[in-house]
Design a protein around this ligand. Sequence first.
Ligand code: ZN
Length: 312
Amino acid sequence: MADDHAENYVKVCEVGPRDGLQMAPSIMPTPAKIAWLKKILEAGVPEIEAGSFVPPRLVPQMADTGDVIRAMSLCSDHGICALVPNLKGAQLAYDAGAHAVIVPVSVSEKHSLSNTRKGTFEQVAEVQSIVQWVRAQPRAMRVDVGCATAFGCSMEGVIALDRVVAVASALARAGADQVVLADTVGYGNPAQIRAVVRAVRAEIGPVLGRLHLHDTMGLGLANVLAGLDAGIREFDSSMGGLGGCPFAPGASGNIVTEDLVFMLESMGLRTGIDLGALMQARVLLQQGLPGEPLRGNIALAGIPRTYRERAA
Ligand code: ZN
């Protein structure tokens, strides 16, 4: 495992089991999902967003999240995370043994109403009640918040920088352990990523720890570089580039985990992830979702010889 305190360490969080599978037209059977996630852990991925506690009638792909989190938290004592829209979800995640939850708070009022049926600041208040409840429990659980549509919204268009800063500051005051800025629909560009990260960090410092980027416009990895440049050392990504948001029209896949790991490791940064083992996990993903198109350049080209020689 890579030293996660080292200066060149970059943490990669696999969100495919949540962001990816929620968009898949077919439902991956629970045993296949668990086998896939175990393989991801074995490859050295330090954090997995393993599912979401949302109503199964809205997102049937996530109906087995409790079982998946329970199985996975027996395999690892850290890094198993669930998305929860509200306090009830956080309680279910806690009971299932999750090590962390991520609560979506959309910066766009319209997307917030469509995603959680609450306005942005109503949802900030929900975060506060989740934090208070979690802190009163005997076991620790991290409470992260994903600021959706922080770089633009398909429903509302441009999101003002002041608004992103105000929402992030309110979340830091509400006690969130980490604020994640999410480019939910993938409209962000590198200059914007740099500017927004710097502005938010100027207000809340390292509480802004992570970026969640989509590759809608093909700028995903360029946006990662901009994030690195602005001091971010944690990124969400999705195996096979699966992903999107059922409540944000126009959102397409996340940045591809395999390609992200290739880029970071090739640059001399350390993820602790074995790319070859990660490619084996991708086989399990494809077997669990036959017919689902997966993206990724490493999968097309193979791991180049120069990469293997560098690692040897
Ligand atoms: Zn996403």
